[in-house]
Design a protein around this ligand. Structure first.
Ligand SMILES: O=c1[nH]c(=O)c2[nH]c(=O)[nH]c2[nH]1
Length: 296
C-alpha cells in the first residue's frame, strides 16, 4: 500500500486590511496571511474521515477574528499568536506554520495613504512542541549602486564572452529572511519586532551602499554579515539576490561614444538574470532557513 508522507493543509493568502482609528491619525495594516497545519491527519487522507480536519474556512475566519480582537502589533507577533492558537486549540495539530506578508503604505495624511512600491515585509512563525521559530524578512526591495562595482578575474571557458569591468552599475531586488534566537513564548511576546525589523533593514541597506564590490556574491556576504554582527538576536540570514544587469548600450554604429563616464546610457535587462543566493550564519548556529524555491 502506498505510504502517506509529509502533509499539511490550511488557508493560503488571506487578504486582510485593518484600520486602527483610536486617534485622528489612523493606522493602516495590509496583510496577506497563509496558515499551514500538520499533525495527526492520516485518517483524512487514508479513510476519508474529517474528524480531525478543522475547515480551512474556519482557519480564514480565525485570522480575521484575531486581527479584530487582538490587533496586529507586528507581522511576527500576529503570526506567533495565530500559530499558538491553532496548536493550542486543535488536539490533532502538532505544527502550525504561519506566513505573514505586510504590504507597505506611505502616509499622506491622517487618513490617506499611498502604496509604496513593491517592497513587502515578511514574517514566518513555525510553532511545534512548545517552541516557535521566528523568521523575519523582506522581498521586492530594489537597490542600485551607480559605481563602486567591478567584476573581473573570473573563470573562463570556450563560451565566455563577458568583458571584464572595473566600473559597472550594480542592481538587485533583495529577498531576505533572518532567523531569531527568540523561541520561547515569553521572549517572543517581549520583543519589539518593529524595531528589530527596522534595525535589520537599515543594516542591509548600509552594507549594500557602503561595500566596494568585486561581485554580487561579496556584496551579499557583506549584507548578511552586517546583520549577524550588529544584531545579537539574529542567528542566521538567507539572501537571494538577482543580478539586475545594466548593459552599456553599443552606440558605436552611430559614431557615439558610450563609456562609463558622465551620461552613460544602459539597457536595463529584466531577464535572464544572474541569481546569487547564500546563507550567512552566526558561528555555531544551525542552518535552518529553507533553501530552494520554497525558501527566500
Ligand atoms: O557579481 C557578479 N557575480 C557573478 O557571478 C556574475 N556572473 C556574471 O556574468 N556577472 C556576474 N556578476
Amino acid at each position: 500500500m502506498p505510504v502517506l508522507g509529509q502533509n499539511q493543509y490550511g488557508k493560503a493568502q488571506v487578504r486582510l486590511v485593518r484600520v486602527a482609528r483610536a486617534t485622528r491619525t489612523h493606522r493602516l495594516t495590509d496583510l496577506t496571511v497563509s496558515v499551514a497545519l500538520s499533525g495527526t491527519l492520516d485518517d483524512a487522507h487514508l479513510v476519508g474521515s474529517n474528524a480531525s480536519v478543522l475547515p480551512t474556512d474556519s482557519i480564514k475566519n480565525t485570522v480575521y477574528v484575531l486581527a479584530r480582537e487582538r490587533g496586529v502589533a507586528s507581522p511576527e507577533s500576529f503570526a506567533a499568536e495565530l500559530a499558538t492558537h491553532f496548536v493550542a486549540s486543535q488536539r490533532p495539530v502538532r505544527r502550525a506554520v504561519v506566513d505573514v506578508e505586510e504590504h507597505l503604505w506611505e502616509r499622506l495624511g491622517d487618513h490617506s495613504f499611498a502604496r509604496s512600491g513593491r517592497e513587502t515585509r515578511t514574517a514566518r512563525v513555525c510553532r511545534e512542541g512548545g517552541r516557535s521559530e521566528v523568521l523575519s524578512g523582506l522581498t521586492g526591495l530594489t537597490l542600485l549602486n551607480t559605481t563602486d562595482s567591478e567584476f573581473h578575474g573570473f573563470a573562463t571557458d570556450p563560451y565566455t564572452t563577458l568583458a571584464e569591468t572595473t566600473d559597472r552599475v550594480l542592481a538587485t531586488e533583495v529577498t531576505a529572511r533572518w532567523r531569531h534566537r527568540a523561541e520561547r513564548p515569553e521572549e517572543i511576546a517581549e520583543t519589539d519586532w518593529n524595531a528589530a525589523y527596522a534595525d535589520a533593514r537599515r543594516r542591509l541597506l548600509a552594507a549594500f551602499a557602503g561595500t566596494y564590490s568585486y561581485s554580487l556574491q561579496q556584496t551579499l556576504y557583506a549584507m548578511g554579515s552586517a546583520v549577524i554582527e550588529d544584531l545579537p538576536g539574529v542567528l542566521e540570514i538567507r539572501l537571494s539576490l538577482p543580478n539586475k544587469h545594466h548593459f552599456l548600450v553599443d552606440l558605436s554604429p552611430f559614431g557615439v561614444e558610450n563609456g562609463t563616464g558622465d551620461g552613460a546610457v544602459y539597457l536595463a535587462a529584466d531577464r535572464p538574470f544572474g541569481l546569487i543566493e547564500a546563507t550567512v550564519l552566526r558561528e555555531g548556529a544551525e542552518e535552518r532557513i529553507p533553501t530552494g524555491p520554497a525558501g527566500p
